[in-house]
Design a protein around this ligand. Structure first.
Ligand code: HEC
Ligand code: HEC
Length: 209
């Protein structure tokens, strides 16, 4: 009988220790995950030097999907996707709780208009954009139902890199990346780099200034 009681005590002790450490971890969590600004900029405005785009103003659902895709290796694992490879390990240790915490944190940042760095033929870009509007919206405001994010207001250099990566099949190559695959197909309508610059210069005209 004594032996059984002792075993029960041991069990109760072990259980209480493990629940204590779980509680300590969840209290620490929000602070552990807030290393994003090192690359994405203190105000989440983006940092061209390390090619990390603007996060301030990003839609919740799009932010969550990209973090989940990076975490699962659905994005940022193609050997030639240099920028994606820089981001992918940053998402690996995120839990669902910390992703929810990040969404709330990023939601509190103020949107500051992105600087224009890309020049192109806006009129040609407008023609090309008619194919994009079906999913991304007339004002490039995004469409949650179709899974297509806002493009207006994003750093233009980042839009250029993504379009190049989709066109070269570096992004949207993973079999589980159904949204990326749709976009990879669409990127081919821009034909070449001048098409990319033209459409991005038109998207720049749609952003709030
Ligand atoms: C080491 C630098 C670095 C750190 C730290 C970092 N990122 Fe990134 N992140 C990048 C780069 C570079 C890209 C661009 C990837 C690409 O071009 O595909 C990126 C892309 C992203 C994207 C995709 C944006 C889009 O429009 O598709 C999201 C979302 C993101 N990061 C969120 C975060 C969050 C949240 C954190 C903190 C948990 C974080 N990042 C930490 C470098 C970083
Ligand atoms: C069939 C719908 C559809 C069409 C048409 C479309 N897109 Fe997309 N686009 C998407 C989806 C869905 C995503 C999100 C992919 C993901 O989740 O990784 C996306 C992502 C993007 C991204 C990456 C944004 C970011 O923050 O990483 C860019 C840039 C982009 N699209 C530009 C364009 C341009 C320019 C056109 C016109 C040539 C276009 N898209 C046409 C559905 C579409």
């Amino acid at each position: 009988m004594k032996q059984i009681l002792r075993n029960l005590f041991t069990l109760a002790f072990l259980l209480s220790v493990s629940s204590m450490s779980a509680a300590a971890e969840s209290e620490r969590e929000p602070f552990d995950d807030r290393y994003c600004t090192t690359c994405h900029g203190a105000d989440g405005r983006g940092n061209e030097g390390v090619q990390a785009p603007r996060l301030a103003g990003m839609e919740d659902w799009y932010l969550v999907r990209q973090l989940e895709n990076f975490r699962a290796g659905i994005r940022g694992t193609h050997p030639k996707d240099i920028e994606g490879i820089a981001m992918q390990p940053m998402a690996v240790k995120l839990t669902d709780e910390s992703i929810a915490d990040i969404v709330q944190w990023v939601g509190g940042w103020t949107y500051i208009p992105a600087e224009i760095t890309v020049e192109g033929d806006e009129a040609r870009g407008q023609q090309l954009y008619t194919a994009c509007a079906a999913c991304h919206g007339q004002q490039a405001e995004g469409n949650e139902a179709l899974g297509a994010p806002a493009l207006a207001g994003q750093n233009d250099w980042y839009l250029v890199t993504q379009l190049k990566n989709f066109m070269a099949d570096y992004r949207g190559h993973h079999p589980d990346d159904s949204f990326g695959q749709q976009m990879r197909t669409m990127s081919k309508t821009l034909v070449d780099e001048s098409g990319i610059h033209n459409v991005v210069s038109y998207i720049n005209t749609l952003a709030e200034r």
